[in-house]
Design a protein around this ligand. Sequence first.
Ligand code: CTP
Ligand code: CA
Length: 225
Amino acid sequence: LARGVTEPDLKGRHVVVSAGGTREPLDPVRFLGNRSSGKQGYALARTAAARGARVTLVSANTGLPEPAGVDVVPVGTAVQLREAILKAASDADVVVMAAAVADFRPATYAAGKIKKKDGEDPEPIVLVRNPDILAEISTDRARPGQVIVGFAAETDDVLANGRKKLERKGCDLLVVNEVGERKTFGSEENEAVVLGADGSETPVPHGPKEALAETVWDLVARRLG
Ligand code: CTP
Ligand code: CA
């Protein structure tokens, strides 16, 4: 495709994208969260809409402006994100899990603000596992031929860990980023390798998050047939 020319190759398709990072509340004023900005997920939603798709964007705590022509479903926690994804995925051709989903949540939620007590150490925070949404929707596909894409941020042995993760999750494509203190989080740019369940490896050079998004849709469109 020539630069700036958009082919509506996702026309008639329903694509679902999750973006941002979940927040797991401890009490009405505190939560456990992560540094995901949501920019990569929003870039995926915008570029899919430009390629003709109907887009549902499940957005967790991004504070980003709603992209035009995209159906935004706001969520807070991993459990809420799962509900929204399962609902939207039921008639979707593609699901892309770009959100950073908290692996754990506090075992209990205090209905009132947790207060300090004079001279006492704090209670430890007990965590429980959240559901693995990507593994769940990949194992139990809502529709035959549905294409499912995951994201993974790794700090070490990026490709080997990515390959293991792709197999564990059972998705079709896994976008693997190397992260570090100054890489990826909140930035406008990204660099990644897209691993395919068919053994393929597509490197995406350092560049705008839109460029990575376009490569993801190219690979998805090929699999939709
Ligand atoms: N993911 C998910 N549900 C979770 C955790 C992660 O759907 N409870 C999805 C993310 O949206 C992402 C992919 O799984 O697309 C990989 O997330 P990652 O945190 O890298 O994988 P984990 O299996 O949680 O492994 P790790 O122990 O490395 O965090
Ligand atoms: Ca994780």
